[in-house]
Design a binder for this molecule. Structure first.
Ligand SMILES: [Zn+2]
Length: 480
């Protein structure tokens, strides 16, 4: 097959997925579609209780003794629209737009994460006839806590030797390790009192870079919530404030790029502007943020002020909770980090979300213990999720080395083998079968989880060829 035949063939499969609305939490339709799709090919396809789909494709004649290889992807997607685009993620299909270089969606995320992984597997299932036994596993709700991977019965992994996860976003990188994480939620009841200060103003901090907290936490970006809380502290140091509300960020796994608060103050507007200008300068000198802007405007509010003691505990919590790199490994890669991702003020309570990540499981326990202490000191209630397991190898991974060689031979390009500080379902798979050799690969999908998400078309054929040749080599036992 030519590169363009592979590309068109995979996109044909991808179109079928794009036509089915499949945001996390609404995966019934796509799950049933996948089960039927593979059953019609004559394979044994089953759904488990959470609607993961598991497909067994028997070996071709003469390949009965080849080791079992699992190809895996997740069926859900992050469905988000650009401002002002009418879009119901649970009902509306993704509308595709294509140019010479990219496949995109009209005003929404594309779902190449992980629709391209799933489509590549559908394509290979259809077209690869010479091979040993394959198993395809399509998990649910990877994007919201990896429910599918966590629930998956280990029997589907125990008899396999290799697992190729097709959920990475850079076509010339093979991932062989990822960090684990734990979600931490904090809540504080607040008392409110009448406002006594004369000026009510909204202070906002916008224009920060933000970014995925697994991939960008080491890039010296500022945390908008922390920077805003620091500014409040500065103002308060000169003239006592009344905090009315503070909000910022929109996901625990994204570095917050904006935050806003409403305060009452006796400080004159000119003076307030000077304090904020200085805060802006200090932010520039600490972080690589050139677009950050503090602004202030007078507003009306029907809310009362948060009682002084409660307000101070909230600002202290924000100041003390760790957000950013915590430790790096010998190679200078981020090993442990945490992200203060979101704060919301409601009438009677404040909620804060934090996400620590680590490639050393025990360090997550350290964060849980710190979280408990901080919550106790500041009068917050704390809740922690189960830990998502990390995935790591102490030595090199022969499967990755073999795939690197195949890629470099077929494309003439360089392949990098690396670990990621983000989370992958592979942590769960490795935990369920420690003997399983796992790699994660993918096409190049840019700006995932955003309405700008796009697939680099030229990366489809090289990725599919690499996986196909790997299956062939393993089946014929020409590698390892
Ligand atoms: Zn994904």
């Amino acid at each position: 097959m030519t590169d363009s035949e592979i590309l068109e063939g995979v996109l044909e499969e991808f179109k079928k997925l794009a036509a089915i609305p499949r945001p996390s939490g609404h995966i019934e339709k796509v799950s049933l579609f996948l089960k039927d799709y593979f059953a019609e090919m004559g394979f044994n396809a089953v759904q488990d209780e959470v609607k993961n789909v598991i497909v067994d494709a028997p070996p071709a004649a003469g390949f009965e003794n080849a080791p079992l290889i699992v190809l895996q992807g997740h069926m859900d997607m992050v469905a988000v629209e650009a401002d002002g685009v009418p879009f119901n993620p649970a009902k509306d299909p993704i509308r595709l737009m294509r140019d010479d270089k990219y496949l995109k969606a009209a005003g929404t995320s594309l779902g190449a994460d992980d629709g391209m992984g799933v489509a590549a597997i559908m394509f290979l299932a259809k077209n690869m006839k010479t091979r040993g036994a394959l198993r395809f596993i399509f998990t649910v709700d990877e994007e919201t806590g990896m429910t599918g991977a966590s629930f998956l019965d280990e029997k589907y992994l125990k008899d396999a030797k290799y697992l190729i996860n097709c959920d990475s976003e850079v076509f010339d990188e093979i991932t062989v390790g990822c960090a684990g994480n734990v979600t931490m939620d904090f809540e504080k009841e607040i008392n409110r009192i009448p406002i006594a200060k004369k000026n009510i103003v909204e202070i906002s901090l916008t224009g920060l870079l933000g970014g995925h907290s697994g991939e960008r936490i080491g890039d010296n970006r500022a945390n908008a919530i922390k920077s805003l809380a620091k500014a409040c502290g500065e103002i308060d140091g000169q003239s006592e404030i009344e905090l009315i509300e503070i909000n910022g960020g929109n996901a625990r796994n994204a570095i917050p790029s904006f935050a806003k608060c409403v305060i009452a103050t006796d400080m004159e507007p000119d003076m307030l502007n000077i304090v904020l200008m200085n805060e802006g300068r200090s932010l520039y000198s600490m972080y690589d943020e050139e677009g950050a802007t503090f602004s202030v405007k007078e507003v009306a509010t029907d809310k009362k002020a948060i009682a002084r003691g409660d307000a101070m505990r909230i600002l202290q919590f924000i100041n003390l909770v760790h957000s950013g790199i915590y430790a790096v490994d010998q190679n200078g890669n981020v090993e442990t980090s945490a992200n203060l991702g979101m704060i919301r003020t409601e009438e009677n309570q404040v909620k804060i979300s934090v996400l620590p990540r680590s490639s050393r499981d025990k360090k997550l326990d350290l964060f849980i213990s710190k979280g408990k202490d901080l919550a106790e000191l500041t009068g917050f209630k704390a809740a922690f999720s189960d830990k998502t397991p990390c995935w790591s190898y102490s030595e090199s991974v022969p499967l990755a080395e073999a795939m690197k060689e195949i890629f470099e031979k077929t494309t003439g390009g360089k392949m990098r083998i690396k670990e990621t500080h983000a989370g992958l379902e592979c942590g769960y798979f490795k935990k369920k079968n420690p003997d399983l050799e796992i790699v994660s690969v993918g096409t190049t999908n840019e700006e995932i989880h955003s309405p700008r998400e796009r697939l680099a078309l030229a990366t489809v054929a090289p990725m599919v060829r690499m996986v196909e040749q790997t299956i062939l080599d393993i089946s014929k036992k020409t590698c390892f």
